[in-house]
Design a protein around this ligand. Sequence first.
Ligand SMILES: [Fe+2]
Length: 310
Amino acid sequence: MIEKYTKYDHLFRHVKPHAIGGIKIFTQNDPYLIEQKYDEVTDEERQIWKRLFEKLIQPLDQYASKEYLLGLQALGLSSDRWPNFSKLSPTIQQASGWQLQPVAGFLNEYLFFQLNAQRKFPVTDIIRQSKRFEQKYADQNIQNRDEYTPEPDIFHDIRGHCPFFMNKEYGDFLAEIGKLGYDIIADKYGWGPELVAHNLKRLQNFAWWSYEFGIMKKQNDSDEYRKTNNDMDHEIYGSGIISSYDEVMNVVHCSRRESSTSLILPFDIEEVVLTRFDYSDIQDRYYVIDSMESLYTTFENNQDLFLFKG
Ligand SMILES: [Fe+2]
């Protein structure tokens, strides 16, 4: 685990000591690959999916990015259908070369980047608020609300992430992050564990503040894809925001300057890679990219930031 290597942590700001407390982390030695037992999904679980899905239909139509809305439509997700990985995965594969890999829970960095480097996206099959979720965390105190859980669940993975994988450029971008992460973790450059951990944390920071919790400037053409025009200056592309009603509304209120709960900052990649984060609450900041293309270019042109040699 990279947490125990802290030699270069003084370079980071916004360090949150217990940022991932409580989450069970699966490693190479755990049975982390699973098969989805679609026939065992309960009515209770389907109702939760429906409730969470429907609450977000309107705000996501109005505020999510074009890439998300187009992907959602193409993938055909709906509130009435519990996601069936074996049906969704071939559709995604055809669009971007990515496949869904059902997993038992939160994977360590090694497993996560190893899968991503092969264009496999880990997805979990339990949902927050359900009995199965409660059983899994029976001996741990973990947030488990409609609006947010730090544990990856099917709602975050499918509703939040999957529509983006219908976009080829986005898929290529995530595969590049996966490859870089895997190269770092395999210590391709012979740095040793401290530098491996540090560069991996830099990449995690980048991922967190971009595809998990990123927002972008409102794009000129994106209202064409909405039923309701976007009335704020930003749109949302971070999957961690998209799968949380509270986080979506927090972005909306902050963007419209009705709330000052969270800062809205320009996406300065040097600042982003050195800024740690917290899983356990609404984010206290969001970084704004100009467009998806600008994010891809910034990542490509700043690879040296993830190859810090001490
Ligand atoms: Fe995620």
